[in-house]
Ligand binder design. Structure first.
Ligand code: ZN
Length: 207
């Protein structure tokens, strides 16, 4: 047998990491697109990009308390399984039954293994999963949002070809930012206003 390792098999560690990166990427991409809708904007600009990146990294921070899920193989193989074996009076490292100071099978000490606890090392390891995935998600979300805005611009051009008298056109942003609108009007051109914008025009007397 291998030397009674307290690490999960490499395939499980790598597979779980890939799954966690994919999960963070999915959640943070949805957050990035939604935050574009909340903040507003139209087309790619530096300020808009910075806002989306910041909002997405904040989402990533919110995932940090889920360290025990992100680190599930380490927590299981390194802590939970050895603890259970120890409670059952078996070797924490290999599960061999016996008593005394050391395991006759693998030589590990028969002592209570440390409990899983999040510390700075945990945070660092988890941040290495969450931060790159969040950054990638921010970029991906921004590309998806701007692609939707460009599609809207083409829709408006098509509408104007059909109806040269067209003065204004709008539709909701694509999911998950459908709570916000993309707009075009003949006076101000394209805009992606935030959903809770004050209705300035309604207060102005109409000429
Ligand atoms: Zn053992």
């Amino acid at each position: 047998m291998d030397h009674a390792s307290r690490e999960a098999p490499a395939s499980i560690r790598i597979g779980w990491s890939a799954l966690m990166v994919a999960a963070v990427l999915a959640v943070a991409t949805v957050a990035a697109i939604a935050s574009r809708g909340l903040v507003g904007g139209f087309g790619l600009d530096a300020a808009g990009a910075v806002t989306v990146v910041a909002a997405t990294l904040a989402t990533g921070l919110a995932l940090l308390p889920m360290a025990a899920i992100i680190e599930l193989p380490r927590a299981m193989w390194g802590h939970w399984v050895p603890e259970r074996r120890h409670r059952a009076g078996r070797c924490p490292a290999c599960g061999y039954g016996g008593s005394g100071g050391r395991c006759p099978e693998c030589g590990a000490a028969f002592e209570r293994p440390p409990s899983y606890a999040a510390d700075w090392a945990t945070l660092r390891r988890v941040a290495w999963t969450v931060a790159p995935a969040s950054l990638a998600a921010a970029a991906l979300g921004l590309v998806i949002a701007v692609t939707d805005e460009r599609a809207f611009a083409r829709e408006v051009e098509a509408q104007r070809r059909r109806d040269p008298e067209l003065r204004a056109w709008s539709r909701p942003r694509a999911w998950p930012a459908g709570f916000a609108e993309l707009r075009w009007d003949a006076g101000r051109g394209f805009s992606g206003p935030p959903p809770f914008e004050a209705p300035k025009e309604a207060l102005r007397p109409r000429a």
